[in-house]
Design a protein around this ligand. Structure first.
Ligand SMILES: *Cc1c(COP(=O)(O)O)cnc(C)c1O
Length: 388
């Protein structure tokens, strides 16, 4: 028989990291010791106190059963408490917080909750690929908002044609930003909230990198802006903050109707986060400031090493105030893809072509500093030897 997969799968570009992985394996197969600055996945381990909490929680039979899809009350309360401490914002843990199997799950399913076929979704370009996948799987129409260097990699809402703004259903933003490393202040969030309220657009803010910050920078929450609760949700993840990418736990906060909508999708599609992991996540959210500061100090040291090395090579880049990504301009005569390919094949270093995050990422590459400083230095040396 002939197997025909759903047409929606054909509408997706190949998942960027899968492509990179394939090429990386090809180079590795030739015996090259590949250094990967590709995927943003913390190399620093989950802090020990969190692992201990999981070990304890795993012993309890009550945790072995199906969890509630929306998360344990104690987990949602801990998430709300964390928001109050960190941002001074109050949420009703029952109605305005929902646990997620990592924020990627929530981001994907949120589109199912709010996007109808033909709806316009405003998506930053470059951006995290899941905003587009969620839009496309649900028959939405993506309208890309270019993030340009001259605007500090913030979208310009005033440049959105009024016809598009009127038809738009959902806007995605993400600051501190992956892949550009850019940050936004409260006045930008206020502009976003005003734009959404005046055009009846749902605002979804992806705050995955709020705690990975340097030089005294503190990332704000969109809920520090008045009126945000009328239109917005904010996705948060323990993945980057606590080096817990493999654990799959995050949460969403915000407008109760929107949170309930996502919850409805989830009841139908999944059965929540393992309770043992939720208990460990509560422990994570309740403490460990010391470890987090130490981790940020390590990332900052790496950032400084890498930024200096890149500038030495003649690649223009900003030192990011947050995230563990450096967004660097490719040398003259290269595209994002041709430069990344040469660096991988000849230097054995994986970097991510900016164009993989959208057309406006052309001319850039993203380097992730989730590797020991010594390896970063070696990667820089190897790229230097290419004599660009
Ligand atoms: C890593 C990341 C996420 C998702 O993280 P989870 O592990 O699924 O919680 C979401 N958004 C951005 C921009 C990310 O970089």
């Amino acid at each position: 028989m002939q197997i025909n997969l759903a047409k929606r799968l054909g509408k997706l570009p190949p998942y960027l990291f899968a492509e990179l992985d394939r090429l990386k394996k090809e180079v590795q197969a030739k015996g090259v010791d590949v250094i990967s600055l590709g995927i943003g996945d913390p190399d620093l381990p989950t802090p020990h106190y969190i692992v201990t909490a999981l070990r304890r929680a795993a012993e309890k039979p009550v945790n072995h059963r199906y969890p509630d899809y929306e998360g344990m009350e104690s987990f949602r309360a801990a998430a709300a408490q964390w928001y109050k401490r960190r941002f001074g914002v109050n949420f009703d843990a029952r109605a305005e917080v929902c646990a997620l199997i990592g924020s990627k799950e929530g981001i994907g399913n949120f589109s199912t909750a709010v996007v109808d076929p033909g709806d316009i979704v405003l998506i930053p370009d470059p951006g995290y690929p899941v905003y587009f996948s969620g839009c496309t799987f649900n028959g939405g129409e993506a309208y890309f908002l270019p993030l340009k260097k001259q605007n500090g990699f913030l979208p310009e809402f005033s440049a959105v044609p009024s016809e598009i703004a009127r038809r738009a259903k959902l806007l995605w933003i993400n600051y501190p930003n992956n892949p550009t490393g850019a940050v936004a202040d409260l006045s930008f969030f206020k502009t976003a909230v005003d734009f959404c309220l005046s055009n009846n657009i749902i605002l979804a803010h992806d705050l995955a990198y709020s705690e990975i910050a340097y030089d005294g920078y503190r990332a704000p929450s969109v809920f520090q802006v008045e009126g945000a609760r009328e239109c917005a949700v904010e996705f948060h993840s323990l993945s980057k903050t606590f080096s817990m990418t493999g654990w799959r736990v995050g949460f969403v906060v915000g407008n109760a109707t929107l949170v309930a909508g996502l919850g409805k999708v989830k009841t139908n599609m999944d059965s929540g986060v393992f309770q043992g992991i939720q208990e460990a996540a509560i422990t994570a959210l309740e403490g460990g400031e010391e470890t987090l500061r130490e981790y940020c100090r390590i990332y900052k040291e790496r950032r400084d090493v890498m930024v200096a090395a890149l500038r030495d090579l003649g690649l223009a880049c900003e030192a990011p105030k947050a995230t563990f990504y450096i967004w660097a301009e490719v040398p003259k005569g290269y595209t994002s893809a041709s430069f990344s390919e040469r660096v991988l094949k000849e230097a054995g270093v994986v970097i991510t072509p900016g164009s993989g995050f959208g057309n406006s990422g052309e001319g850039y590459v993203r380097l992730s500093i989730t590797l020991a400083t010594e390896r970063l230095k070696e990667a820089a040396e190897r790229i230097k030897a290419l004599k660009l």
